[in-house]
Design a protein around this ligand. Structure first.
Ligand code: S3P
Length: 425
């Protein structure tokens, strides 16, 4: 993919559905009784991996683009898959599904692509084992492929060392089937889509501060799920709108759950002009976001805001190159264990474009204000890295070439044409 500078971006865009919520709607729909009707579903490769896993366990899922019907078979309705479950590139599929599979009465092996096989799975194996799960990596590195031998579970109170919604969700899902109450406390609050949706499906979930708890359910019940636009995808349009001179973009129907809205807060703290319009809330809060090009200044990003913008940090790092002064990103070591090592990928790509950026143990330091030039960028087959550099390329002199650019299909099929569709000639 080749990207060149554009004069400005103008217009309206409705971005695809939230990836986290789409995964959860398939998972809960599959283990609920009756039909779950999903609108706004994200037909990205990651969510299709989740669909394919549940298809392999006997769940009928009819889908046509963003409209999906899941014919759930109840909490005990899954069948043993005949083959290994392939989670593709999706950490959410791999980790959340493990919580559902640990208490089943069958055995299963999970695997994924080259990236998944390097991502840490001990973070779910450890708490699930404490609950009584029989789960073990087939490798020596604690990664996929791993095997789960279904067994009865009991509740625990897990103090998670990381603020991770995937860890929290795996434990809560296992807790649906466990004896007694299951609790998870995390250092900072991570996205709470599982808690919100579990309640919608009839589970008894409580939250207090950074602790979530669940008691076993006799059944969940299928319902309607409207998936809002993904704020993590909207982030690329927010950044493009702020960075490309003269731009004004209206991004429609974006999920603004307070556990996910760190990108809006930090953009505003950097001087970004973003207005929320038409807010509504039926479980997951939603708004239209109006963004106008702004003079940005550097900021500090760390602490409890990090989980609420973890997937947006690559884009924020690039934005910081166009901001006056210094930006420090800290407490973000989790970036190293995402689809790629995102600290390394960002520092490499931004340096190639002429930015003043330095890698730290848990983040980056960026001195903004230096003009960037086009370069050949390795996406490391990481969708968020590819999209970040496509937006950055719009503001750089000369041509930017993104290698492995098709990986955007993981979370945003049609990304490049949507972005370029806003460019004024
Ligand atoms: C996700 C949680 C986050 C996020 C990922 C999706 C989820 O991961 O980075 O893209 O859907 O629960 P962690 O839980 O590892 O922080």
């Amino acid at each position: 993919m080749k990207i060149a500078k554009v004069p400005c971006l103008k217009g309206e865009i409705t971005i695809p559905g939230d990836k986290s919520i789409s995964h959860r709607s398939i998972m809960l729909g599959s283990i609920a009784k009756g039909t779950t009707e999903i609108t706004g579903f994200l037909p990205g490769a990651d969510c299709l991996s989740t669909i394919s896993c549940f298809n392999s366990m006997g769940i009928e899922i009819q889908w046509e683009g963003s409209h999906v019907l899941v014919h759930g078979k109840g909490l005990r309705g899954l069948k043993a898959p005949k083959t290994i479950l392939d989670c593709g590139n999706s950490g959410t599929t791999t980790r959340l599904i493990s919580g559902i599979l640990a208490p089943q009465n069958f055995n299963v092996t999970l695997t994924g692509d080259a990236s998944i096989k390097k991502r840490p799975m001990k973070r779910i194996m450890e708490p699930l084992s404490q609950m009584g799960a029989k789960i073990k990596s087939l490798e020596t590195n604690g990664c996929a492929p791993f095997e789960i031998c279904g067994s009865p579970l009991h509740g625990i109170h897990y103090q998670s060392p990381v603020a991770s919604a995937q860890v929290k969700s795996a434990i809560l899902l296992a807790g649906l089937y466990a004896e007694g109450e299951t609790r998870v406390t995390e250092p900072y609050l991570s996205r709470n889509h599982s808690e919100v949706m579990l309640k919608q499906f009839g589970a008894q979930v409580q939250t207090e501060g950074t602790t979530a708890s669940i008691v076993p359910a006799s059944e969940l019940y299928g319902c309607k799920v409207d998936v809002p636009g993904d704020i993590s995808s909207a982030a690329f349009f927010l950044a493009a709108g702020l960075m490309v001179p003269g731009s004004e973009i209206l991004i429609k129907h974006v999920g603004i759950n307070p556990t996910r809205d760190g990108i809006i807060k930090i953009c505003q703290a950097m001087g970004g002009n973003i207005t929320l319009l038409n807010s509504s809330d039926s479980g997951e809060p939603v708004a239209d976001l109006l963004v106008r090009c702004s003079n940005l200044h550097g900021t500090e990003i760390g602490g409890e805001v990090i989980p609420s913008l973890i997937d947006e940090l690559p884009m924020l790092a690039a934005m910081a190159c166009f901001a006056e002064g210094k930006t420090v990103i800290r407490d973000a070591a989790e970036l190293k264990v995402k689809e790629s090592n995102r600290i390394h990928a960002m520092v490499l790509g931004l340096t190639a474009m002429g930015a003043d950026v330095r890698e730290t143990d848990d983040g980056m330091v960026i001195n903004g204000g230096k003009p960037l030039h086009g370069a050949v960028i390795d996406s490391f087959l990481d969708h968020r890295i590819a999209m970040t550099f496509a937006v950055t390329g719009l503001c750089a002199e000369g041509e930017t070439t993104i290698l492995g650019a098709d990986c955007v299909n993981i979370s945003y099929p049609g990304f490049y044409s949507d972005l370029m569709g806003l460019a004024e000639q």
